[in-house]
Design a protein around this ligand. Sequence first.
Ligand SMILES: Cc1ncc(COP(=O)(O)O)c(C=O)c1O
Length: 376
Amino acid sequence: MPLFNVYPLYNVTPVSAKGVYVYDENNTEYLDLYGGHGVVSIGHTHPKYTEALTNQVSKLGFYSNAIQNPLQVELAEKLEVISGCKDYELFLCNSGAEANENALKLASFKTNKSRVIAFKNGFHGRTSAAVAATDNKKIIAPINAQQKVTILDLNDLESVKTELKKGDVCAVIVEFIQGVGGLDQASKDFFEQVDALCKENNTLFIADEVQSGYGRSGKFFAFQHYNVTPDIISIAKGMGNGFPIGGILIHPNIEAKFGMLGTTFGGNHLACAAGLAVLNVIEEQNLIANTNEMSEYFIKIAKTIPQIKKIKGRGLMLGVEFDFEVGNLRKKLIYDYHIFTGGAMNKNLLRILPPLTVRKGHIDQFFEALIDALNA
Ligand SMILES: Cc1ncc(COP(=O)(O)O)c(C=O)c1O
């Protein structure tokens, strides 16, 4: 049976990995500055992570959400401490889209309203409401287009005000640093005013931290760079270092009811073991401090390269913009220099999302290759 052909593929076949490196079937080493779409947070095959998963799967890999699972409680407690999101409650699921789908659903339950405000160039996933809130017509099927979503420009506070006053908006969903769209960030004033407007209008404020969360922005969550209190925070990618796990942090002003949300696989024992190992490593290795240090180092060097027109993003969620499309440059970096980087909807932007364990030597290796490729 052939695979349903939806992914344009690079001709590279990784078979093993360690830290910031990935190896193909010929043992060729690739520097991974993309982490498989920003997923690999604590480095590939981290020994504490593989040990935790191996131990857990040999004891109990899965049971459903009909029994007591102390690992979920442990994960929630650890996440509360490390994230600083005190008193929020945790619901676990399996992916970023599912996290946002549950966030939007919960907002609709809570407010008894159904329209969503989302933003230009935003990306929230590919399921029903999440994809409808995503600003990309090509991936919205007619069945998704039934959702009531209004897409506004980032920083257009007047339009947010006008739309919220209409009284039918259940949620405003935003990425504090846009990922797929190309690393744009609204102003501090915009984020803080939208937060306040949501509270005035019985609308929930959802922070989509699927990509920017788990330390990647230089704080545990990107919204923590601002003075805002989201009602729901969605998480996934870096949370499991590759094991599929997602979730939403829910403000105590939203009351749980039996059956309101649910999932078969979400929060299973193996997923929790992965999630706990990630949080333990982030804490023990001080990875958020490393993120800030490496970010500064990267930006300092990027500023010295004349072909780079703009440096975007924050922490280790970075982009460098050129005055040409970067498709060929990315290919060159992979095939000639053995370095993985990312693209964005903004075709001139090269995205850098390395594991948070990246060191100066890796960044030097990237810039040497980049300068060589640009001047070839
Ligand atoms: C900000 C954001 N939200 C949601 C998603 C969807 O996550 P997933 O692919 O795990 O469904 C993504 C994926 O790229 C994302 O970047």
